[in-house]
Ligand binder design. Structure first.
Ligand SMILES: *[C@@H]1O[C@H](CO)[C@@H](O)[C@H](O)[C@H]1NC(C)=O
Ligand SMILES: *[C@@H]1O[C@H](CO)[C@@H](O)[C@H](O)[C@H]1NC(C)=O
Ligand SMILES: *[C@@H]1O[C@H](CO)[C@@H](O)[C@H](O)[C@H]1NC(C)=O
Ligand SMILES: *[C@@H]1O[C@H](CO)[C@@H](O)[C@H](O)[C@H]1NC(C)=O
Ligand SMILES: *[C@@H]1O[C@H](CO)[C@@H](O)[C@H](O)[C@H]1NC(C)=O
Length: 698
């Protein structure tokens, strides 16, 4: 830019100034034509627009401002000065600081000091407390305070001489009732006010006892305050009594005239106030009176002759040397807009940089279409991602995450962690419960079994979560360890330690069938019993299994049994009615439980009895053949027949027949239909360990 620029600006400004001053000698021209010539237009940074003014001849009657040590004030009663922080013409408002009202009580619950905050800021009646910009706030612990609007004409010295009253009541039960930030009737109340309030007098109602709260709230306070300025603090129950509050005043020309009456008189300074051409009168919305406004298209001060000026400005676009624009220029009131033309790419700043021309239309179309498609694809992708995330979160919540999240001894797996394992090639078991997969999670070399339940009516999520927590805390050599779970799916997936040799079912009757001597069988029985006993009585809450069967007893390479699916299978069987839908294997199920639906530790004992019988006989107990194994065995036992004919020939050759008889006796005890007569698991485990020891020493 050339060095002549400042000169051009200066000349231009001078020119404008000359044109404007030629218009009117009474108006100084600046940003706005608002003050009388020769009158100070500003005090302490606060603009003083006419009808306000400082000094004789500078203000309309009633609008005197006193500039005292560079701060503006309204003149109140006596020599009182009311600080002003803002004066404006549109809206017709003045912002002043007003004192607060208070009353204090002495130890005999009497008002011994008070202050009416009225400072008579409205000596000439031009102001009303703005009903839209202020409200009444009352502080105290047993008090009612109110403000009154305009006095009723002709009514003097009457208790109820105002047109309307507005107030609110505060109460606190004790010193801790009031809460900072809450002005809701406890220690603090606030209420909107009606229009036509002419002063800041507040009144307290005297009939409320303060005896109970003198020690923490010895005074009551009431004040008008600009909305959003005051926030209650409990410390304000002992507020500084000299504090002042900002209040917005609506001012107007109040000659007891409405606009329609006022317009009939000729405009003149001190008379009809809307003296400027292109201005008009508007009735005050707060009290009798009117205000003036420049007509639309004009700005300035309607209270001064020629105060309203056409709202035009320099057409910056006609002065490109001064107002640079490298794009399309458009003039706006007070400014201009500069945009890159269509078909050119947006440069960072067309006010100072050239807009670069875009490539040809066909290319634009191609880019536009592909770009559009790409953006659409991104949006769809994001939407899908969001949905998936939300779904995941919902499942997580549904499956009891708030509880499980807090548990740190169980791992919460992500769906992706488990996905690689859950493929058909890894299936090692399938059943009513669901599918079981074997594999490694991530880089870990620990083998895990991943259980994915299917078709489960899964209603008791929290209980499930609790059960999972309990399970995760159980560390016992005869219980399959629950390592973690995944809750991000509709049905939780459980991750267990992998147990190498498969189930007792397989080892006894199925694919992994191996020879087993009495010693080994007693070992399996004793250790299984120990696991059950531990869960029944050694844990803080009794954990019942509910589906004890050979398929749920897993064996490691040392034939050490580990019981799986504790509690969980039972819970998963629970439906919405909280009743058990009995899915346990009927071949092992306690008939008492089947009848009552009430699962007890003795139900597990019954099932264990059946397993014990299978261990002795190496025959499968079956429900479908009408429990013939059990029936025949029990019949034989009760009729005093020898039980050896039932015993698997692999162990029948033992020389400790008494041991076999004891074992048979234990089976019978476990299967007793009188639940109370069944031994408990701890007892069974002890006796089996004893028998196992005896078998080994033989
Ligand atoms: C409390 O104030 C009342 C009214 O001013 C007075 O009569 C009373 O004596 C005062 N009581 C005490 C204890 O100062
Ligand atoms: C009210 O105050 C009394 C006495 O200070 C106290 O015993 C009671 O608990 C308070 N009641 C409530 C609801 O705060
Ligand atoms: C309230 O008004 C006072 C006085 O003008 C001012 O200093 C203060 O910042 C205001 N507070 C809020 C929250 O507006
Ligand atoms: C409050 O104002 C009065 C009178 O101006 C004065 O005497 C008193 O010291 C002031 N109190 C405080 C706490 O400023
Ligand atoms: C307006 O009228 C009231 C009573 O009607 C009177 O007291 C007051 O002086 C009048 N004000 C003006 C400015 O005429």
């Amino acid at each position: 830019m050339s060095s002549t620029t400042p000169l051009i600006v200066l000349v231009l400004q001078l020119l404008l100034l000359l044109i404007a001053s030629a218009d009117s000698s009474r108006v100084t021209v600046g940003d706005s034509a608002t003050m009388m010539t020769g009158c100070p237009g500003n005090c302490g940074g606060v603009g003083i627009p006419y009808p306000f003014g400082i000094g004789a001849g500078c203000f309309r009657k009633g609008f005197e401002i006193i500039c005292n040590e560079d701060a503006p004030f309204l003149a109140g009663s006596g020599s009182r000065l009311i600080p002003v922080s803002d004066l404006s013409i549109d809206p017709s408002e003045a912002r002043v600081m007003l004192p607060i009202g208070w009353q204090c009580f002495n130890s005999s619950d009497q008002v011994d000091n008070y202050r009416d905050p009225n400072v008579d800021f409205n000596r000439n009646g031009m102001y009303r407390i703005s009903d839209t910009r202020n409200h009444l706030v009352v502080l105290g612990c047993n008090t009612l305070a109110y403000v009154g609007s305009q006095r009723r004409p002709g009514v003097v010295d009457n208790d109820y001489d105002h047109e309307s009253y507005t107030g609110c009541l505060c109460y606190c039960n004790d010193s801790s009732s009031a809460i900072s930030g809450h002005c809701d009737g406890v220690g603090c109340c606030q209420v909107d006010i009606p229009p036509d309030i002419t002063d800041n007098t507040v009144s307290f109602d005297g009939c409320y006892s303060h005896a109970r709260n003198l020690n923490f709230s010895p005074c009551d306070y009431a004040f008008l305050v600009e909305k959003n300025n005051y926030t209650f603090s409990t410390a304000d129950l002992r507020m500084d009594k000299n504090r002042t509050m900002p209040v917005r005043l609506d001012w107007a020309i109040r000659d007891n005239l409405t606009c329609s009456q006022a317009r009939k008189t000729a405009p003149q300074l001190g008379g009809y106030a809307c003296v400027s051409d292109n201005s008009d009168c508007h009735d005050s919305t707060n009290g009798l009176g009117y205000v003036c406004k420049c007509n639309s298209g004009y700005v300035g001060n309607p209270y001064l002759p020629n105060g309203c000026v056409v709202n035009t400005d320099i057409d910056e676009c006609q002065l490109p040397e001064l107002y640079t624009c490298f794009g399309d220029c458009r003039n706006t009131p007070g400014s201009y807009e500069c945009r890159c033309p269509k078909g050119s790419s947006h440069s960072a700043d067309p006010y100072s940089e050239r807009c670069t021309q875009n490539f040809p239309l066909p290319a634009q179309i191609v880019v536009g279409v592909t770009g559009g498609l790409f953006i659409a694809a991104v949006f769809v992708f994001i939407a899908l991602l969001r949905r998936e995330k939300r779904k995941t979160k919902e499942f997580f919540k549904m499956n009891g995450d708030p509880i499980l999240e807090k548990v740190n001894n169980i791992k919460l797996y992500k769906k992706e962690d488990l996905k690689p394992i859950m493929k058909n090639a890894n299936v090692i078991g399938k059943g009513g419960f669901g599918e079981v997969y074997k594999g490694h999670i991530g880089d870990s070399n620990q083998l895990v079994a991943v259980k994915k339940p299917i078709n489960v009516n899964f209603a008791k999520k929290d209980q499930f979560a609790n059960e999972v927590i309990i399970q995760s805390r159980v560390i016992h050599k005869n219980i399959v360890k629950l390592i973690g779970c995944c809750l991000e799916v509709d049905i939780p997936i459980l991750v267990y330690e992998f147990v190498s040799k498969g189930s007792l079912e397989d080892v006894l009757h199925g694919s992994n069938r191996v020879p087993l001597n009495l010693d080994q069988r007693l070992h399996i029985a004793a250790e299984s019993a120990e696991g059950l006993a531990y869960m029944h009585s050694k844990t803080s809450t009794t954990i019942l299994h509910g589906d004890v069967k050979p398929a749920n007893i897993l064996l490691n390479d040392d034939l050490l049994p580990k019981i799986s699916d504790f509690g969980i299978s039972r819970l998963l069987a629970m439906d919405n009615d909280h009743t058990m839908s009995i899915i346990g294997d009927m071949s092992y199920m306690d008939p008492v439980y089947f009848q009552t639906g009430l699962l007890t530790d003795k139900s597990d004992v019954y099932s264990f009895g059946v397993i014990l019988l299978e261990l002795i006989t190496r025959k499968k107990a079956s429900h479908s053949d009408n429990h013939s194994l059990l029936r025949n065995f029990l019949d034989a036992y009760t009729s005093g027949k020898t039980v050896t004919e039932f015993v698997d020939e692999e162990i029948a050759a033992t020389n400790d027949l008494e041991l076999l008889v004891n074992l048979a006796g234990m089976v019978v005890q476990c299967l007793n239909l009188n639940v109370d007569q069944r031994p408990d698991m701890t007892d069974i485990a002890e006796r089996l360990h004893y028998m196992a020891k005896r078998a080994r020493s033989n």
